[in-house]
Design a binder for this molecule. Structure first.
Ligand SMILES: [Zn+2]
Length: 234
């Protein structure tokens, strides 16, 4: 009400002052308009504070958007059902809790056994060329042919020393639990050792992060559970 009164006063004053001024009045009134708005803003702090405090639209706005968001989210969240399978399909499979100097498991098996996705996810890393050179023994090449996926559970699963990568397995491709990713072998620094799948579980960093990718948590307990058909997630 006060603001309205002020506006009336300003308008009344303007019409009085500008009465009979002709064409110049337009430019004067245009200049005086911004001043009027400033005047309102200046005078407003007194009556407005009470209105401004409940106004904190910043707080009410996020609440509005967050109440809107939950509606579309559930449909995308529901379809993911996690299943786990043992990552090697074949016969004469042997593995132990032991792994030399970092957490991983070497699953010994005949060359050509199927390396399968332990759970559903997206292919993250693929190497189809064995670049390992015993003379230089570069750590990033020690795995030889390898595939890593990021599981729907958020963990990265890595298998290396493969003899071949399965057709169609490329970064970005979606795979289901039990889908063949490659075939076991002894590429990389497993050359000359009994053929095995080096199996690592790690946080998903970058695809080329070999130091993390090779394994961060001991997979042995999970492998045993999956072999028994139990659902145990890292
Ligand atoms: Zn290993």
């Amino acid at each position: 009400m006060n603001v309205h009164a002020i506006l009336c006063w300003v308008l009344a004053a303007c019409t009085l002052v500008l009465a009979g001024c002709g064409k110049t009045a337009v430019s004067v009134s245009q200049q005086s308009l911004p001043v009027a708005t400033v005047a309102i803003v200046m005078s407003s702090p007194t009556p407005f504070p009470p209105t401004r405090t409940p106004r904190p639209s910043p707080t009410s706005l996020p609440t509005l958007t967050s109440t809107l968001e939950p509606t579309p989210v559930p449909p995308t969240a529901t379809p993911v059902t996690l299943t786990y399978v043992f990552p090697v399909r074949g016969e004469r499979i042997e593995y132990s809790p032991y792994h030399h100097d970092y957490p991983a498991t070497d699953i010994f098996c005949p060359v050509g056994s199927e390396f399968v996705a332990p759970t559903s996810g997206i292919v993250d890393f693929v190497n189809r060329v064995d670049r390992w050179n015993p003379a230089t023994n570069q750590p990033e090449h020690r795995g030889g042919l390898a595939v890593a996926i990021i599981g729907d559970d958020g963990w990265r699963y890595y298998g290396s020393h493969l003899s071949a990568v399965a057709e169609g397995i490329e970064p970005g491709v979606r795979v289901e639990a039990g889908q063949v990713l490659g075939y076991t072998g002894n590429s990389g620094n497993a050359r000359g050792t009994p053929p095995h799948l080096h199996f690592g579980i790690s946080r998903p960093t970058t695809p080329d992060d070999w130091a993390v990718r090779r394994g961060e948590i001991p997979p042995f307990a999970y492998l045993q559970a999956w072999e028994r058909g139990e659902l145990l997630r890292p």
